[in-house]
Every structure is written in structure tokens, then in C-alpha cells.
Design a protein around this ligand. Structure first.
Ligand code: PMP
Length: 427
């Protein structure tokens, strides 16, 4: 049993020694001391079904034995910087990762986070094209350093000192967007931005395949393919941010962008790539990758032996345990059952997403789509008390985000739906 500091004791230390910007879930925050596959355990030994760990990096399952073994083995042999010397771990993982990507996307640069990956992708696009303007989508999240905070397009994640050269296009959001599911019409806005806000030449377009932080927003059909051609015409590169949607999460495909039938010029990834280990990557073509040789460029720890050994194990586990297929099967089943809840509970405005990246948007008025901001907080606490951890997001903070580890089962899905049903019945 756990004998360490309690949640209350940790809270006191956090208040004194940690940045006040760090946020947490629940009125009475949880002290999580142990994880096993789709379960998390608190200080009292209580078990929770984790329906959100996927977004926060866990793809294979908490402390997956094969991933742990790879980390421990490599740590016992060597942990060092990526620069200066050769080590096989980074090269082996780069080869394995490149084999998962289509076309000429074969060159990998490792980072420690999604923010770093997107910063690098945007810089490479600017170097390659000689243009500065980038277009991203309103409601997007791409990171919180200078460039990526500019690409992020929600005021609650931005400080107003960032000057970024990023233009924000209308979000092709089928639920709240002004053109409904008409992807081609939203795509026209990108044309307008190119024509009226830039010189006509742009560096890049960057977007998630399904917006995660933005509240599990799927892009309207036919949007991406249309935008990708406009960007190409304007001399720009297309960047796919796969930090959340990648690594089999959407079920039908390994990468989120594949759901849209497009091939990006640059793909960025993080979170699920390392099953909890800090790791990110930028994958691009040999021609684009060349731009970094114009100067010295390095990342001390990006792709270090321990992290890449972990990443390689993650790929093996996803394949061996058919986790993408599981995300497809269990995700479709779960979505069906969540959609059925909508008939029963007026508070559910929309159910959406793919695979094990699902969202349930809560509203107090279905006609007006009034965000149920207070109700969702109450429900989150209730659901936690019944033993399930779920995420939330969206601009108004009124969307449940369901992104469990990919080993989630049908029984887990049934339990989650029962708990949601029960909590909503009491509201
Ligand atoms: N892109 C997306 C789509 C994300 O969701 C996030 C993190 N929420 C990031 C980039 C930034 O990743 P990190 O927090 O690892 O810097």
C-alpha cells in the first residue's frame, strides 16, 4: 500500500513551490500513485477507469510491461544526449517510424514535445518556402512557445505579447461552424486569407485532423483536400499536427490525416508516440529536411536513447496487440452507445469523433447550443466519484473528451456509458 504524502500534503507544497499556472481537475484533486493499462489508482488504493489518459500520452496503456522493459533495459545500458555520438536506438526507431508514413515522408527529427515539433515544422516551412505567413484554424491548439502560441487559436491559451505571422481561418466545425458540414465553402476562407491577408505566397497551413483541446472537433468533409490544393498553389507546405490523432487513435487509420485522403508535406507528433515518455517528432521529405543543414541545428535530448527505445516499443505493441483495430472496434461501439444516450439526455448537444477520440458536447439549450459550463464541472466530479476519469475541453470547456488508452475494452465502454447515464440522470 501507498505510504507517501497525501493529496492535501502535496497541495500545500504545490502552492508554495510550483508555478501557480499549473491547473488540475476536480474540486478535491486526485493523488494518482500507480497506473496499470487502462486503470489508475489513487493514494487509498481506489481504482479508476482512465478514459482520458490517451490524450495525455498513454497509447498502449499505463506502465505497459513491454514499454517499461524497453525503458529499463536502455536506461541500464546508456542514457545520453542525441548529439555527438552514434547510438542504434534513435536510428532503429526513425526507420520504424518512417515505415508508418506514406509517400516521401521518410526523414525524422526528434524533439521532446509537441510544441517543439510544431515550432520546428513551422520554421522548416518558412525556410523552405522563403515566406513567413502561416495559416491555422480558429479553435486549434498547436503548442505554447512563441510560434506555436501564434498558431494556437483560442484566447484562453494565448498571451497577447506574441507576434506570430499566423492567420486564423474559419473553423470547419460541423456543429458550431457557420457553414455546417460544407467543407468546400469553409475552404474558400483559406483562399480569401491568402488573397487578402498575405502577399499571395504563404509558408504553411497547419491543422489537426480532429481538434483535441478544441473539443474533439472533426473537420467538415472535403475541407482538407481543398485547402491543401490552395496552399500548394500559394507555394506553401501542409503540416499535419498528429500530436493527438496519430498512432492509431482514430481507428480506421494510423494517422488522422489519412481519414481525409491527403498527404501532408510535414507531419508532427508527440504524446502517444512515447506512452508517457517525453518524445516528439517531425517527419518530412528529404528535400524539405535539407533546410536545416544551412546552419547548426540540434536538440540536446530530442530522440535520446531511452525515449527512442520507448517509442520503438510503442510501435511494436500497437502492431502486436492490434491496438488500432481495437480503437476502431471499441471506438465505434462506444460512439454508438454515446449517441444513444443523446435521445435520453437533453443536455447532450452533440456526439462526435472517431475511434478512441470521442467528444460529447453538453448544452443547456439544444436550439441555442448554450454551453453547459457549470453542469459539466458538476458531472465530472460525479463521474470521478463513480470511478471513471474523463477529460473536458472545447473553447467553452463544455465538451467531454473521451480518449482512453487504446487497450480500452467493450466492457470498459459499457461501464463508462452506464456511469455517464447515471450521472446525467441525476442532474
Ligand atoms: N498539438 C496538439 C494537437 C496538442 O494537443 C498539443 C498538446 N495539447 C500540442 C501540439 C503541444 O504538445 P506539448 O504539450 O507536448 O508541447
Amino acid at each position: 500500500p501507498y505510504t507517501g504524502p497525501t493529496a492535501d500534503e502535496i497541495f500545500k507544497k504545490r502552492k508554495q513551490f510550483l508555478s501557480p499556472s499549473m491547473f488540475y481537475f476536480y474540486k478535491k484533486p486526485l493523488n494518482i500513485v500507480h497506473g496499470k493499462m487502462q486503470y489508475l489508482f489513487d493514494e487509498s488504493g481506489r481504482r479508476y477507469l482512465d478514459a482520458f489518459g490517451g490524450i495525455a500520452t498513454v497509447s498502449c496503456g499505463h506502465c505497459h510491461p513491454e514499454v517499461v522493459e524497453a525503458i529499463v533495459n536502455q536506461t541500464n545500458k546508456l542514457q545520453h544526449s542525441t548529439i555527438l555520438y552514434f547510438n542504434h536506438a534513435i536510428a532503429d526507431f526513425a526507420e520504424a517510424l518512417a515505415s508508418k508514413l506514406p509517400a516521401d515522408l521518410k526523414v525524422v527529427f526528434f524533439t521532446n514535445s509537441g510544441t517543439e515539433a510544431n515550432e520546428l515544422a513551422m520554421m522548416m516551412a518558412r525556410l523552405y518556402t522563403g515566406s513567413h505567413d502561416v495559416i491555422s484554424l480558429r479553435n486549434a491548439y498547436h503548442g505554447n512557445a512563441a510560434g506555436t502560441m501564434g498558431a494556437t487559436a483560442q484566447c484562453n491559451w494565448k498571451f497577447n505579447v506574441v507576434q506570430s505571422g499566423v492567420h486564423h481561418a474559419l473553423n470547419p466545425d460541423p456543429y458550431r461552424g457557420i457553414f455546417g458540414s460544407d467543407g468546400k465553402t469553409y475552404a474558400k476562407d483559406v483562399q480569401d486569407l491568402i488573397q487578402f491577408s498575405t502577399s499571395g505566397q504563404v509558408a504553411a497551413f497547419i491543422s489537426e485532423a480532429i481538434q483535441g483541446v478544441g473539443g474533439i472537433v472533426e473537420l467538415a468533409p472535403d475541407y482538407l483536400s481543398s485547402v491543401y490544393s490552395s496552399i500548394k498553389e500559394a507555394g506553401g507546405l501542409c503540416i499535419a499536427d498528429e500530436v493527438q490523432a496519430g498512432f492509431g487513435r482514430t481507428g480506421s487509420h494510423f494517422w488522422g490525416f489519412e481519414n481525409h485522403g491527403v498527404v501532408p508535406d510535414i507531419v508532427t507528433m508527440a504524446k502517444g508516440i512515447g506512452n508517457g515518455i517525453p518524445l516528439g517528432a517531425v517527419v518530412t521529405t528529404p528535400k524539405i529536411a535539407e533546410v536545416l543543414t544551412r546552419r547548426n541545428y540540434f536538440n540536446t535530448f530530442g530522440g535520446n536513447p531511452v525515449c527512442t527505445a520507448a517509442g520503438h516499443a510503442v510501435l511494436r505493441v500497437i502492431e502486436k496487440e492490434k491496438l488500432q483495430e481495437n480503437a476502431h472496434a471499441v471506438g465505434s461501439y462506444l460512439k454508438e452507445h454515446l449517441t444513444a444516450l443523446k435521445d435520453k439526455h437533453e443536455i447532450i448537444g452533440d456526439v462526435r469523433g472517431r475511434g478512441l477520440m470521442l467528444g460529447v458536447e453538453l448544452v443547456t439549450d439544444r436550439q441555442q447550443k448554450t454551453p453547459a459550463k457549470v453542469e459539466i464541472l458538476h458531472l465530472m466530479d460525479q463521474i470521478k466519484d463513480m470511478g471513471v476519469l474523463i477529460g473536458k475541453g472545447g473553447f467553452y470547456g463544455n465538451v467531454f473528451r473521451i480518449t482512453p488508452p487504446l487497450c480500452f475494452t467493450r466492457e470498459d465502454a459499457d461501464f463508462l456509458v452506464d456511469v455517464l447515464d447515471s450521472a446525467m440522470s441525476k442532474i
